[in-house]
Design a protein around this ligand. Structure first.
Ligand code: NAD
Length: 254
């Protein structure tokens, strides 16, 4: 327990279940005194999130592939909670054929969908948050990325390209939102077994490879990733802007 985030309202986007990185982030931020609001993708995912959060008032539907859905969600957030201090974007999706074998399996439609949901959506979220005047001064935005953005990881394929786009986008957003006192960063997390990861062909090999390359051969946990998230949402990180911060127990070094 601590009070790093006392008085802060943070919107958490992408908690599907207790294994989600977003849930790890939420748990640490709650321990640090934040007031949390959550978005869920659809009714099916609402059920599992409600079981975790236990308070329907704090849950808002938002499908990030739709501008209208993001706008509607942010209106509800603003009406219900007023302005907020941060947004955690922990969302990604690619169709199955984009996550196996050869990169030439990629299709125009699959590629577009992966980049829309996994990259563009972070920009759309920032755009509508600013448009709706949802963010307080000194607000912090953070997204989740993976080292497949800079390395050719087996089967990660189109998602690696989406993460490269996301990281570049984060830097441009950091530049342009920085002028308004809003900072933007990305957390590059080590591999963790979540719903999203199980969509990658041979994901258990990816998880094993990652564990073996961790400096102590123990995989990173969602709470450890959550620790970085809490720091980025807190006033301790006001000088950290436009950065990719690795929380992977050193896997990216090896
Ligand atoms: P997860 O499956 O728990 O979370 C993914 C979330 O994305 C889900 O809540 C899902 O509902 C949401 N989502 C997908 N399409 C959406 C849409 N159209 N609108 C709204 N929400 C949508 O998996 P996770 O691993 O916790 O993923 C969170 C983030 O962390 C992703 O960006 C992922 O790429 C990233 N990441 C994961 C790992 C890992 O090893 N698990 C490593 C590095 C980065």
């Amino acid at each position: 327990m601590g009070n790093l985030l006392e008085g802060k309202k943070i919107l958490v986007m992408g908690a599907a279940n207790r294994r989600s990185i977003a849930w790890g982030c939420a748990s640490v931020m709650q321990e640090q005194g934040a007031q949390l609001i959550y978005t869920y993708q659809n009714e099916r995912l609402k059920k599992s999130l409600l079981k975790l959060v236990g308070d329907e008032e704090r849950l808002v539907e938002c499908d990030v592939s739709s501008d209208e859905s993001i706008q509607a969600a942010f209106s509800i957030v603003k009406e219900g909670f007023g302005t907020i201090d941060g947004i955690v974007h922990a969302i990604a999706f690619a169709p199955k054929q984009e996550l196996e074998g050869n990169i030439l399996n990629s299709t125009r439609a699959g590629f577009a969908q992966a980049l829309d949901v996994s990259s563009y959506s972070f920009l759309a979220v920032a755009k509508f948050a600013v448009e709706k005047e949802l963010l307080n001064e000194n607000a912090s935005l953070a997204t989740l990325t993976y080292m497949g953005s800079t390395r050719a990881i087996p089967s990660y394929n189109t998602m690696g390209i989406a993460k490269a786009a996301l990281e570049a986008e984060m830097r441009y957003m950091a530049r342009d939102l920085g002028a308004q006192g809003i900072r933007v960063n990305a957390i590059s997390a080590g591999a963790v077994k979540t719903l999203a990861v199980t969509g990658i062909k041979d994901h258990s090999k990816l998880l094993d490879m990652s564990q073996n390359r961790a400096v102590d051969c123990v995989s990173v946990t969602t709470s450890q990733i959550g620790g970085m998230c809490a720091f980025l949402m807190s006033d301790l990180s006001t000088g950290v802007v436009g950065d990719v911060l690795y929380v992977d127990k050193g896997v990216h070094l090896i």
